[in-house]
Design a protein around this ligand. Sequence first.
Ligand SMILES: Cc1cc2nc3c(=O)[nH]c(=O)nc-3n(C[C@H](O)[C@H](O)[C@H](O)COP(=O)(O)OP(=O)(O)OC[C@H]3O[C@@H](n4cnc5c(N)ncnc54)[C@H](O)[C@@H]3O)c2cc1C
Length: 472
Amino acid sequence: MAEEYDLVILGGGTGGYVAAIRASQLGLKTALVEKGKLGGTCLHKGCIPSKALLRSAEVYAQTKNSEEFGVLSSDVSVNFGKVQERKTKIVDQLHKGVQHLMKQGKIDIYEGLGRILGPSIFSPMPGTISVEMNNGEDNAMLVPKNVIVATGSRPRTLPGLEIGGNVMTSDEALAMEEIPKSIIIVGGGVIGIEWASMLSDFGSDVTVIEYADRIIPTEDKEISKEMQRLMKKKGVKIVTSAKVLPETLKQGDVVSISAEVKGEQKEFTAAKVLVSVGRQANVEGIGLENTDIQVEKGYIATNEFFQTKESHIYAIGDVIGGLQLAHVASHEGIVAVEHIAGENPHPIDYDLVSKCIYSAPEAASVGITEDQAKEKGFKVKTGKFSFKAIGKALVFGESDGFVKIVADEETNDILGVHMIGPHVTDMISEAGLAKVLDATPWEVAHTIHPHPSLSEAMGEAALAVDGKAIHG
Ligand SMILES: Cc1cc2nc3c(=O)[nH]c(=O)nc-3n(C[C@H](O)[C@H](O)[C@H](O)COP(=O)(O)OP(=O)(O)OC[C@H]3O[C@@H](n4cnc5c(N)ncnc54)[C@H](O)[C@@H]3O)c2cc1C
């Protein structure tokens, strides 16, 4: 039997389920189709479980160094089973929360694999969704006025580098039962660096192999440099400008793989290899061939309101590429739904999106880097302030890192804010708000920051833009 809806969402990850809640708030009769678990990658294989493991690693590393705080501890060790249990408990709790929100919003959930059909007896337009139910019941037929494709992404691998045995992606790594003695991480981007930091804090011998000439290459150069210094300080070996050669992979009790590093072939050996070279959009097997929807460079192409070439079929989140982040997916979902409901939403300005790295130390940024600003022709002035001169950072025992503000000399606009240090993933929102409100560094500096607080580094960096920092 066919069921009619105002909106059917394909995929119940952060993008899909948030879109469903907004649709329900706007009075749209909504169905959500999910083949796995509500919450998607972020909740089950991404943001939340990885941050739970990072927190355990941080607590372990801090407890080992507790003497510095005058707290004596002995025989500190990790029970990794308990670490994983804690992670699972957090994920389960949030999963229940999402299920509850779906019930509260009276959103119909179809547990199964959804596919878009072309014009059919149900509708002259493409967009009817056929759902192959997980419980083996007959296919459900959903006939919507609008569709949002939010099928997300999966780990990418290097051609020829098979996943299996001791070679993993972040999906398998999250389920590890013990901490590997040693690990090679292929890819020094955000996910690779988070894993490097976590496993090193847990006691693994970590080597990161990165193709670019610096780790986290999309961040400001000074942030990359500081992150590299601080990763090395905790014992992580970092090899840059290195091209991994998949054909050299040898698996046995240990794994070895070679890379071409500045013209020379070098072999690396470890207990495990983690491949973290980006994410691939889930565009296959969802019926796109039954529509005029275009896929460009592996991602679904959309306009600024997330409409595909079929104007009643939208696409959001990791499946459209761009910034593959949970908060971006959910905002795209909200904009798409508001557009469907005729609410006239503002298109997203991606320069206003905060990006975070949850390693120890953390890094966070909003806006453009100093190099990007110069490439765009801005006359740039910068202000930088170190956490070494921030009382609260010293109290915390975490005074590495800095806040850097990139501003336009002519207009005084803040072009980008880049941070590395303690709790900067929470501090970046002040910079985000400053950019949304088009604040100048002067206005940020005159937001009187409480003392002692880590946020003083933001106020001082804003003063430093015009050479007026008080403590620097
Ligand atoms: C290790 C790791 C750490 C991360 N950490 C962060 C972080 O700290 N902060 C952050 O912002 N982002 C983080 N991310 C990225 C974040 O997880 C993604 O950007 C986010 O999940 C994208 O949401 P989405 O809704 O587009 O897709 P997804 O979350 O991937 O959800 C897509 C859903 O669609 C379902 N689906 C796919 N095809 C079908 C189909 N045909 N029928 C039915 N269902 C289907 C899938 O089962 C899945 O549940 C991390 C990712 C990883 C891998």
